[in-house]
Design a protein around this ligand. Structure first.
Ligand code: 13P
Ligand code: SF4
Length: 343
């Protein structure tokens, strides 16, 4: 991007000093990430918010992440999402009113179903989850949180990412015969709790369109071409893809995996392209890092260096990310439950 946008950002950062923190998710592009004081995966970023002292927290990511930051920040802090229209396709697949309708049906006969929501959901979903005694998880702690959720009752509703749900169930050895993908169409009119009585792992039919593009055949092709190559993927990929990979984990896991791979290794990565390209650049003289397939999140891409510069020039004029008090109160219970369990 242009040098002037970079200069504007650098100057405002220097002027505001400790009054400003810029946070960025690993899927942000390099022009933005270079200006971030803190970068991380969803869990790492959420964990860092309560310790921040700055007046302005500019969150380079998507709306559910900024909402989480706003709920964990103090009333004196202003959280800003530079591209307010940056949503998440997966998060949109789980509207709160539909979750509420599904949970009412599932628990109508007194069954204790615990909802476990991926953080990639709107605050209102997290508040419904809290109402039903559930919690949230990220890709970095899904296993711990699913273990916890299983201990709370006699079934878990995992949402919205069915792939993360199935991959985590596999890790915990929950057999496929105990899984059920829910039909939530038409306000869940076809959902019959009696059919699900012996199912322990109830899966919301959501997914990440960016990770859906990775296929098992792409791994077959790499193995054929280079049998020594390593393949690491994000657990938002389909279980068939995860089964063929050498490893799977959150974005921070993937970063560590590349770091620890031996010099000269060829590593193919199944996650968002900005992170893959950054790693490829970082290790270009030591390891060959390639995308399994180039897949870009267009919502993450909405935050450009230009948008960040414009945001910093108008910190007091731009609306803060806010979550209505009652929703925020309950959603925070669900988020803090996760942070406590995983502390
Ligand atoms: P993590 O940061 O938890 O790895 O999640 C990836 C993602 O899809 C964020 O939108
Ligand atoms: Fe949502 Fe997938 Fe983009 Fe993450 S990568 S913000 S889950 S659409």
């Amino acid at each position: 991007m242009s040098e002037s946008h970079s200069k504007i950002i650098t100057n405002i950062k220097a002027e505001l000093g400790s009054r400003l923190t810029i946070m960025g998710h690993h899927y942000q592009n390099d022009h933005v990430i270079q200006h971030c004081d803190l970068r991380g995966d969803s869990l790492e970023l959420a964990r860092k918010v309560p310790g921040l002292k700055s007046e302005y927290i500019v969150f380079c990511g998507v709306s559910f992440m900024a909402e989480t930051a706003a709920m964990l920040a103090s009333d004196q802090q202003k959280v800003i999402l530079p591209a307010p229209e940056a949503g998440c396709v997966m998060s949109d697949m789980a509207p709160w009113a539909l979750l509420d309708a599904v949970m009412r049906k599932l628990t109508a006969d007194g069954r204790r179903v615990t909802p476990l929501a991926y953080v990639n959901t709107e605050a209102a979903i997290k508040s419904v989850v809290a109402n039903y005694g559930g919690s949230v998880c990220t890709s970095a702690n899904a296993e711990t949180m699913l273990k916890w959720a299983r201990e709370q009752g006699d079934g878990v509703l995992f949402l919205p990412d069915a792939n993360l749900g199935m991959n985590t169930a596999n890790r915990l050895g929950i057999p496929e015969s105990k899984w059920a993908r829910l039909d939530v169409s038409g306000m869940a009119k076809n959902l019959n709790p009696e059919d699900l009585a012996d199912k322990e792992m109830l899966l919301w039919p959501g997914l990440c369109v960016i990770h859906k593009r990775f296929k098992a055949e792409q791994i077959d092709e790499i193995r054929h071409r280079d049998p020594d190559a390593l393949v690491v993927v994000h657990p938002e990929c389909h279980p068939d893809v995860v089964a063929k990979a050498d490893a799977d984990g959150s974005t921070s896991f993937i970063i560590k995996y590349v770091e620890e791979a031996p010099p000269g290794a060829a590593i193919y990565i199944g996650t968002e392209i900005n992170l893959v390209e950054r790693l490829a650049k970082q290790y270009r003289n030591e390891k060959l890092v390639r995308p399994l397939y180039p897949s870009r999140c267009l919502n993450m891409a909405k935050t450009t260096e230009e948008v960040l510069a414009a945001t910093l020039q108008d910190l007091d004029g731009i609306d803060a990310v806010t979550v209505p008090g009652d929703v925020a109160h309950k959603a925070t219970v669900a988020i803090e439950r996760m942070l406590d369990i995983c502390s």
